[in-house]
Design a protein around this ligand. Structure first.
Ligand code: FES
Length: 154
């Protein structure tokens, strides 16, 4: 960020959102662990969309952020269970039988260069995620034609 940039958003976009990371901390295809009120959560950037989820495998509780991000799916490093972040559910368990089990996801918002995460879990089902837009710094526009700087599903 240079000295001509707008100041980073310092206040939560709405109640129950907490600051989780800067967008520069989460390149496309990466994951990052962070703590909220003593709970380990993780962020993932899937092709420019940011997902937040509980950083705990539904099998034996290993940190998902230590696994690998493969498309929409986080593969646990321990026994290769696969968690689809867009669906909020396990898609592969070893042995089979736990597919379709939901894990906890959280809504995200991006304001300026800050990623905010809701402290309230999403209802069961597809995750509510924010599109990772890179601002060009001019009039709040962004460099991606089909999105805006603060867009998120609401
Ligand atoms: S602890 Fe994640 S697959 Fe076993």
């Amino acid at each position: 960020m240079n000295s001509h940039s707008e100041p980073a958003q310092t206040e939560a976009p709405q109640k129950n959102f907490v600051k989780a990371a800067q967008t520069s901390d989460l390149p496309i295809g990466s994951m990052k662990r962070f703590m909220v009120e003593g709970h380990g959560l993780a962020l993932a950037n899937i092709n420019g969309t940011v997902y937040a989820f509980e950083d705990r495998c539904l099998h034996w509780g290993v940190r998902l952020s230590d696994g690998s991000l493969e498309g929409n799916v986080v593969r646990c490093r321990a026994h290769s269970w696969k968690h689809d972040l867009t669906k909020g559910e396990v898609v592969v368990s070893v042995p089979p039988g736990d597919e379709g089990t939901h894990f906890t996801t959280f809504a995200t918002k991006i304001l300026d260069d800050t990623i905010w995460v809701s402290t309230e879990p999403n209802p069961v089902g597809p995750a509510d995620a924010a599109i990772f837009a890179v601002s060009d710094g001019a009039n709040g526009t962004c460099c991606q034609p089909d999105c805006c700087q603060t867009n998120s599903k609401e």
